[in-house]
Design a binder for this molecule. Structure first.
Ligand code: FES
Length: 139
């Protein structure tokens, strides 16, 4: 099995058995957005703990395997990290997390939807505005 196959299996596994799927109680951050190309959506909720760290994070949504797996993997990575870590996330981090699959432009939006939602929520919580660099990328 090639490493591309292993990551493809991993993406499907996260899609079928999403980690951190659900809603939180006592939410500090709640952020939601859709992929404009298909209407699929992701919502991410975060409870912020001491030292501005992500104490708990969950997501809900509907969409393709890449969008849902990417959001789920991102919640796993984000748990316990400082909010600043989210601000520093870049799309290459998400591609790496997914095993650098060969994504066409429309699938890139699927892969990055979770990051966009998380960043928008964290920036809002910190009183800042997140400018989605990828929004200008043509489909
Ligand atoms: Fe809708 Fe991927 S096709 S998010």
């Amino acid at each position: 099995m090639s490493s591309a196959d292993i990551y493809r299996e991993l993406i499907l596994d996260y899609y079928r058995n999403p980690r951190n799927f659900g809603k939180l109680e006592n939410v500090d951050i709640s952020s939601r957005d859709t992929n404009p190309l298909c209407g699929d959506e992701i919502e991410i909720q975060v409870r912020v703990g001491e030292d501005q760290k992500i104490e708990e994070v969950k997501f809900t949504g509907k969409g393709c395997a890449i969008s849902q797996a990417s959001a789920s993997m991102l919640t796993e990575l984000a748990k316990g990290k400082p909010l600043e870590w989210v601000k520093e996330l870049v799309k290459e981090d998400v591609f790496e997390m997914l095993g650098n699959p060969d994504l066409g432009p429309s699938r890139v939006k699927c892969a990055l939807l979770g990051m966009k939602v998380l960043k928008t929520g964290v920036y809002g919580y910190l009183g800042a505005h997140y400018e989605d660099q990828d929004a200008s990328t043509p489909p």
